[in-house]
Design a protein around this ligand. Sequence first.
Ligand SMILES: [Zn+2]
Length: 374
Amino acid sequence: MKRSICAVWICALLILLTVSACRMQQPDPIGAQPDPTEAAFGDDTVEAIVVSTPVVTPEPLPTVPPTPEPTPEPTEVPITDPVITLIEGNSIRVPADFSFSDPGYFAEDYLGNNLTARIEISGEVVPYVVGTYDITYSVADDEGRSTTVVRHVEIVPVEMPEIVMPPEKTVYLTFDDGPCGNTALLLDVLKKHNAKATFFIIGNKGRKDMIKRAYEEGHAIGVHTYTHEYKQIYKNEQAFFDDFWKTQEVIKEQTGSYTRIFRFPGGSANTASRVNKGIMTRLTKIMEDMGYRYFDWNVASGDASGKPYTSTDIRNRVVGGLKKHSDFAIVLQHDIHLQSVKAVDAILTWGEENGYTFLALDLTSPVVHSEVAN
Ligand SMILES: [Zn+2]
């Protein structure tokens, strides 16, 4: 019984405490709005609300384990034969010229090592002879793998300007074997008549200043030779070219440019070159293929014949030739022969009186080619 009473008392006490606690949590009916001042001072009520607000802690993001960088598979470099590359390709067209320079090449093994220095080249190009040539390039790597490629080289003729036929009674006076002391006198006479002429010069002659003067006064300058030594010049093609280029250099020195017109020493029909069979047949073609034009003559003054011609004789011979070749005439004279130079005034006077025009040769002038005799 005592126990029951005690339990009742405890229950009553608990109820009382509970009711009391509930009353304390009743919101103030007047102060339904929270007093900002109270909040500012952080009283218990605010604290209690804060405490009661469930704190949402963000779920930690699932951590993705870093994907490891893929380690590259060891790539196998395919083993191949060396590769030769020909600059400008396996087939080239080259204008005929005195020399040929290979456009270039290089070689690599399969690892990219440079093998260019090991390339072996065979085959020959004759650069001044029109035709097709093969050059072979071979290379081997350290393990003996090898490659061979072929380049086709086509040597083609140089394109030349078209020949333009001049009006009738056109005369091309040409003077070989100068320059010399007589050349100044000749240039004075030509100037007096306002006539133009062509000088096929010898490169090793002393009066080189006359080349410059002739060029500046509107005359044409052509190659004749450097030495005029037939045996030397016509020994072989290379000897001819060497002589030709030494003369070209003299001309360039005096005029500022090379020339493309020339006259073979002795003319293209010379027999002095017979020490070398067939060389005139070859050279006449080769030089034209390379873009040079040679001129023989259809009127010979005879001034170098060794005969004792006076200037009147020479004048008469030339005038006779002009009458015969009234379409156009290429006259051979030599300024090293004074009688020939002295004849020029009378030739020009006759020409003027008879309607002739005296011009310098160029690449469009008509040619006279004698029949090659070797
Ligand atoms: Zn000559």
